[in-house]
Design a protein around this ligand. Structure first.
Ligand SMILES: Nc1ncnc2c1ncn2[C@@H]1O[C@H](COP(=O)(O)OP(=O)(O)OP(=O)(O)O)[C@@H](O)[C@H]1O
Length: 278
């Protein structure tokens, strides 16, 4: 991305606000194992995510979705390029980014409330402030009454509610979700999508949401990005012209069906390519 293009993109994205993410020329090559060939997991990728955007990333297995998200999270380093959040280059994990993964990553030795409040101690909040913040997020994700439960006493959906509350409690500029509902049954998954969407509508966070599920990507997203088969690159960016508040019944609307049909075609072509290449 040229300096002029970056300046324009940043201005469009509202550079004065918090939560503007700019991905510039980011690629990732993993070294070969035991003398094998290196793996180009992600081709040079440019993307501007304005503040309050909700970007869903869809793509066939192995196309580099998690790699891109991990680089944004600071859990992995790009081979080329850089990522900036509000102008600061990302070089490692930080409290300005909240992560939620598919597999439950709660601390099993801490209660729901302690898990949610985990990052707050480091922020220097008093005990009373921590208690109030935790209580507010317990309410936000509908876990009142479960504050003192241990993670193993919770259903999968409740564990993910706790993980989302923990990520939000730190007031991150951006929320990064990697297949957060992938292990849940369909009914719970639908409810969790509504929960997340409701939180976004109220809190107006910048969100990047990785999923395999086309319907989920459309329902929660303001834009859906599709990625090509490995080595991954952005193939298309589709705005989702569905209003807010977005009710689950929108999934049976003609606009939704048309988007689903278009994205299904896109992803199918890539899934076939991925299958042929392996
Ligand atoms: N640490 C690593 N070392 C070597 N190769 C890796 C590493 N991490 C990922 N890869 C490879 O990079 C490619 C992209 O992986 P990545 O996990 O980003 O894909 P993905 O799109 O998230 O896949 P999925 O949808 O299956 O989770 C894959 O071919 C994977 O095998």
């Amino acid at each position: 991305m040229s300096a002029a293009a970056r300046a324009e993109a940043t201005a469009d994205a509202g550079a004065t606000g918090a939560g503007v993410l700019i991905i510039e020329g980011v690629s990732r090559t993993f070294p070969g194992v035991r003398g094998g060939a290196p793996t180009l997991a992600l081709q040079a990728t440019d993307l501007v995510v304005p503040r309050n955007d909700f970007v869903s990333i869809l793509g066939p297995s192995g196309c580099g979705k998690s790699t891109l998200l991990r680089i944004v999270a600071g859990l992995d380093r790009p081979t080329t390029g850089r990522v900036t959040l509000d102008g600061a280059v990302i070089t490692g994990p930080g409290a300005d980014r909240g992560m939620v993964f598919q597999s439950y990553t709660l601390f099993p030795w801490l209660t729901v409330a302690q898990n949610i409040g985990f990052g707050l101690r480091e922020k220097g909040l008093s005990e009373a402030e921590r208690r109030d913040t935790v209580a507010a997020f317990i309410d936000e994700v509908g876990l009142r009454g479960f504050e003192n439960h241990w993670p193993k006493q919770l259903s999968g959906g409740m564990q993910q509610r706790t993980a989302i509350a923990r990520a939000l409690a730190n007031d991150p500029k951006i929320l990064l979700l990697d297949e957060p509902f992938g292990a849940l049954d369909n009914q719970t998954r639908g409810l969790m999508q509504e929960l997340l969407l409701g939180i976004w509508e109220r809190e107006q966070k910048t969100v990047i949401f990785v999923t395999h599920d086309i319907e989920e990507a459309i329902f929660v997203g303001a834009r859906v990005i599709t990625m090509s088969a490995r080595p991954g690159r952005i193939k298309s960016i589709t705005p989702v012209p569905l209003g807010h508040p977005r009710h689950y019944t929108v999934k049976s609307s003609p606009e939704f069906s048309a988007l689903r049909a278009r994205l299904t075609e896109d992803i199918r072509a890539e899934a076939i390519r991925a299958a042929v290449d392996h």
